[in-house]
Design a protein around this ligand. Structure first.
Ligand code: ZN
Length: 180
């Protein structure tokens, strides 16, 4: 993978999972400084993101729409694994590359943990996002246990998220540099 692809994927995963709003991807200057790459590479990453169908199709800001009791009982709960030793209720079907469960609802592929939350508590209002809370025992992004989730502001969630800095340092060593 090239650097711009890794950067694009980093933001794509976070937009898909709902950690970041589609409008929260930083501009080229900030990407360049956070990732220590050239502006050309940062721009290439943003172009890759814009081309990605996933980011446009899975805009997390869109409401999920209604979740019927039948859907929840027979299509959702049947995909959840038994409670594990951490108390996590892990999604037993498709996960995205960020490790979040995915569920097909109202014609869209949406984050499974968000379905669990909205079924129990109702619509998540604008600017609020779900966080898997380590201090509540949660050890997996694939968890759909609403007791392990907390509704936080986007800003707070961004603070809690793995920073670009930490992500970069963990995988940059095996990433092929862009030719600028
Ligand atoms: Zn959990």
């Amino acid at each position: 993978m090239k650097q711009h692809e890794v950067i694009a994927e980093f933001y794509q995963v976070r937009v898909e999972s709902g950690e970041l709003g589609a409008g929260d991807v930083p501009g080229p200057k900030r990407i360049a400084s956070e990732w220590r790459v050239s502006i050309a590479t940062a721009n290439r990453a943003r172009t890759t993101l814009r081309r990605s169908d996933l980011v446009t199709n899975l805009n997390s800001a869109l409401p999920l729409g209604p979740i019927s009791d039948m859907d929840f009982a027979f299509r959702f709960l049947t995909k959840v694994q038994p409670r594990n030793i951490d108390g996590c209720l892990l999604w037993g079907k498709a996960l995205d590359i960020g490790g979040y469960g995915r569920f097909w609802l109202n014609g869209r592929d949406v984050p499974a943990h968000r379905v669990a939350w909205e079924y129990k508590y109702g619509l998540i209002s604008d600017g609020m996002e779900l966080d898997h809370v380590y201090l509540r025992g949660c050890r997996s992004k694939a968890c759909v246990n609403t007791d392990h989730l907390e509704l936080v502001t986007s800003a707070e969630n961004n603070r809690r998220s793995v920073s670009a800095e930490r992500w970069r340092s963990s995988i940059w060593v095996r990433t092929e540099p862009d030719e600028d």
